[in-house]
Write a protein that binds this ligand. Structure first.
Ligand SMILES: *Cc1c(COP(=O)(O)O)cnc(C)c1O
Length: 384
């Protein structure tokens, strides 16, 4: 990314910029893996359900993975617009509702029920149209923060692997779904997880048609893909399984930038405070998980320090302390990096501040593709 071009070309801020070259780079890696081992690729749209991403992904993926009716509808709409024949839509969620089930099963090629009770209640109605599976919880934790760990104690996500064989015969379902890591950069958790699956299910795996290995791996930032290729080849060869992966953050995380402009700068108790025309509400995980986002302008050895803060009334609406070569001036632009995933989808208009415009950038141009305005805010808040 050429930051000079980026800052010059973004004419209104806050701006969410997606680097098409980076998205395509990751999609090409995924498509290459598909060629090497025959795995099927789904883009997990919850990371950023922007049509521009789904459009870019179309040529590289076998479909999309979704967690709700709205996501399923959007994925389906995108598929209708030109992905005929490869329109896989995989759903798994604890939140399936009876009143949405018929439409969900029309839209989704595969549904993995989150619990045995959910399966009992809904599989009969869903199986006429969809291939039915269960989300299995392998009870293997690789994360040390309960907030992201699907395998935490008393987890709500998936059927406990120990219960699985006691509660269901594998020939009654077509597939299994596992998802138990977040932002992993090597495949050792996946290998351990599949080993555990094999220990518990053994040759029973051959009764199934498909296995969805979930998301959570940062394809594009992994050095050695051979363990993955070997694993998928083995699953295909030993059990005849069709293997799916459904990355989200891998596809868009590093491709996303948030460009903001300095609105004000002053000193508070001896520290320089810089107010930006964005806020943690445009990237809520900063506040949710108290994580400091990367800033392009940050110079670890820089002489000037400042606390970058958002423009809302919340005292804790703060990005963190950064260092700079030159003091930031009102009107300067700054760029947060690696904010493509789980940012805009969680963003809100708290305090009545508008959402960022969306731009697409490649080496030739930066183009505005989505603008929100007062009418969007008004429509959300005026009673019907
Ligand atoms: C969130 C999620 C994904 C995508 O995860 P990333 O970390 O964005 O790759 C895939 N599958 C399931 C079941 C998920 O919950």
């Amino acid at each position: 990314m050429d930051f000079h071009v980026l800052k010059d070309s973004v004419y209104s801020t806050p701006a969410f910029v997606l680097d098409e070259i980076e998205v395509t780079r990751v999609l090409e890696i995924l498509a290459d893996l598909r060629t090497q081992c025959g795995c099927k690729i789904l883009y997990s749209i919850k990371a950023l359900p922007f049509s521009g991403v789904m459009d870019m992904a179309k040529a590289f993926v076998d479909g999309f993975s979704v967690s709700s009716l709205f996501e399923a509808r959007l994925a389906n709409e995108m598929i209708q617009q030109g992905l005929a024949g490869q329109g896989n839509i995989h759903l798994t969620t604890p939140g399936i509702r009876r009143d949405e089930l018929d439409e969900l099963s029309l839209l989704c090629s595969h549904i993995s029920f989150n619990s045995f009770t959910q399966y009992q209640r809904y599989s009969e109605a869903a199986q006429a149209k969809s291939s039915i599976g269960l989300r299995v919880n392998p009870k293997l934790s690789f994360l040390h923060d309960d907030r992201f760990d699907p395998c935490r104690e008393h987890s709500k996500l998936g059927v406990d692997i120990k219960q699985l064989c006691r509660t269901i015969r594998l020939d009654q379902i077509q597939g299994l779904h596992i998802h138990n890591v977040f932002s992993a950069t090597d495949f050792s958790p996946l290998i351990k997880t599949v080993e555990k699956l094999q220990q518990h299910l053994g040759i029973g795996l051959a009764e199934l048609e498909w296995l969805n290995l979930g998301g959570g791996y940062l394809f594009g930032q992994i050095e050695d893909y051979r363990p993955f290729v070997e694993l998928v080849n083995k699953l295909t060869h030993d059990f005849g399984l069709e293997v799916y992966i459904e990355p989200g953050k891998a596809v868009v995380g590093r491709a996303g930038y948030l460009v903001a402009t300095v609105l004000d700068s002053f000193v508070s108790d001896g520290e320089t405070i810089v107010i930006l025309d964005t806020s943690v509400n445009h990237n809520p995980e900063v506040f949710e998980y108290q994580r400091q986002p990367e800033l392009h302008e940050h110079e670890p050895e820089g002489q000037y320090a400042a606390i970058l803060a958002g423009c809302t009334c919340l005292a804790g609406d703060v990005f963190g302390k950064y260092r700079f070569k030159e003091p930031l001036q009102v009107g300067d632009k700054v760029v947060f990096k690696n904010v493509g995933a789980y940012s805009l989808i969680k963003a809100n208009r708290f305090n009545g501040y508008n959402l960022p415009d969306i731009y697409l950038s490649n080496s030739l141009r930066v183009k505005k593709v989505k603008h929100y305005d007062y009418q969007d805010y008004r429509r959300q808040w005026l009673a019907d």
